[in-house]
Design a protein around this ligand. Structure first.
Ligand SMILES: Cc1cc2nc3c(=O)[nH]c(=O)nc-3n(C[C@H](O)[C@H](O)[C@H](O)COP(=O)(O)O)c2cc1C
Length: 369
């Protein structure tokens, strides 16, 4: 019998009390025409909170930089109308007994020029270099970089004012913050470029500014080794480099690190601790002592990028993930597609109804419930 109890222990993060260890992973749905959260969005998130998700992370929601996105159906996290929509979301989540944070996002050079809410706005990136390594624009000045950092902090301030419980900074998957981490896209020679510590400085600047703007809120940053254009890319090729990278984030005062992997059971450095060694979140926790969130194919047998190619995934076992959580390898478990498809996924696990957990159907992306 699967022992589900490790998932249902409470957890405390910088004053935020979570009733269990289940996090809804941030998932872009492009269901907010004009960028404004609407009735459907309110109901969608409230349903997951009512379904016993401990912490709901919103889909990536855009900061105020005009070049932040490629899609005008992605919600904004600034401006009166969008924030009024988000206020309704958080109030509904609280009424359903949940906790929630917005994932604050800027797509950086991943955005195709001429797209999104403000097609004429230029793209932002560390060095004007595309994800393929091609120089297409001038490097932004230090003042512009600082405004890019402040745009996240302005979002944090609004999140606190609206009553959200935490924020997550999207620092993964080759979007803006990750483009600073990654050598290919960051060729700066000032304090934001060069060594791994200096490439982490943009994120550190954001974290410090978020703390100044919204001191009460727990700050989570999501990072990944993999990039949307290269699943084998690594910012840190060994534990020593990883420590240098995440130490900067810890020293800047981040409260937790969300370590994005496509498969939660995959060891990060098997050459060091073997084929069943620590995963990415396990290493980050070991090296910083900070709480970590782990993610990737929880409850399913294949990884999420297939979902965008119209692939489903068979339901899978939770046992080893639960064992690792129980051992303290990581603290929280984010669940993406399974919770996208089934708002009651967490409730079913809590009630021990594991046989009721269904295969993930690729068609779930076309529905919004
Ligand atoms: C439809 C969809 C949209 C996603 N959008 C985001 C996003 O906005 N921000 C983000 O950090 N990750 C995003 N992801 C990645 C998920 O947060 C998660 O890491 C991934 O789906 C792996 O979890 P899973 O295997 O449980 O689905 C998205 C994934 C899916 C399937």
């Amino acid at each position: 019998m699967t022992d589900i109890s490790p998932l249902f222990r409470p957890f405390r993060l910088h004053g935020m009390e979570l009733k269990n260890r289940i996090v809804m992973a941030p998932m872009t749905r492009s269901r907010s025409p004009g960028g404004f959260p609407n009735d459907e969005n309110v109901a969608y998130y409230a349903r997951r909170a009512a379904g016993e998700v401990g912490l709901v992370l919103s889909e990536g929601t855009l900061n105020r930089r005009k070049g932040a996105s490629n899609d005008a159906n992605i919600p904004l996290f600034w401006g009166e109308q969008a924030l009024a929509g988000w206020k309704r979301v958080i109030d509904a989540v609280h009424a359903a007994g949940g906790k929630m944070g917005p994932q604050i996002w800027h797509q950086g050079m991943s955005r195709k020029p001429g797209t999104g809410h403000f097609p004429d706005a230029p793209c932002d990136g560390p060095s004007g270099i595309t994800l393929q390594g091609k120089k297409v624009a001038d490097e932004p000045s230090e003042a512009e970089v600082l405004d890019m950092a402040q745009a996240y902090a302005d979002g944090a301030s609004d999140a606190q004012r609206l009553g959200f419980d935490c924020i997550e900074l999207h620092g993964a998957h080759a979007y803006l913050i990750d483009e600073f981490f990654w050598e290919r896209t960051n060729q700066r020679t000032d304090r934001f470029g060069g060594s791994i510590e200096r490439r982490a400085e943009f994120a550190a600047e954001i974290i410090r500014r978020c703390r100044a703007a919204a001191g009460r809120l727990p700050i989570i940053i999501r990072i990944s080794q993999w990039k949307s254009v290269d699943y084998n890319a690594k910012v840190a090729v060994n534990p020593e480099e990883l420590e240098r990278w995440v130490r900067v984030l810890a020293d800047a005062g981040v409260d937790a690190i969300h370590c994005s992997q496509r498969r939660i059971l995959e060891p990060e450095f098997p050459e060091v601790d073997g084929p069943r060694g620590l995963n990415f979140a396990g290493w980050v926790k070991k090296l910083t002592g900070l709480p970590t969130i782990s993610v990737g194919s929880v409850g399913l047998t294949s990884e999420f990028t297939g979902a965008f190619r119209g692939e489903g995934s068979a339901a899978g076992k939770l046992d080893e993930t639960l064992e690792r959580l129980d051992r303290g390898e990581f603290d929280l478990v984010a669940v993406g597609r399974a919770v996208l498809q089934d708002p009651e996924w967490a409730l079913k696990v809590k009630q021990g109804r594991l046989d009721d957990l269904r295969d993930y159907d690729a068609k779930a992306l076309q529905t919004y419930y």
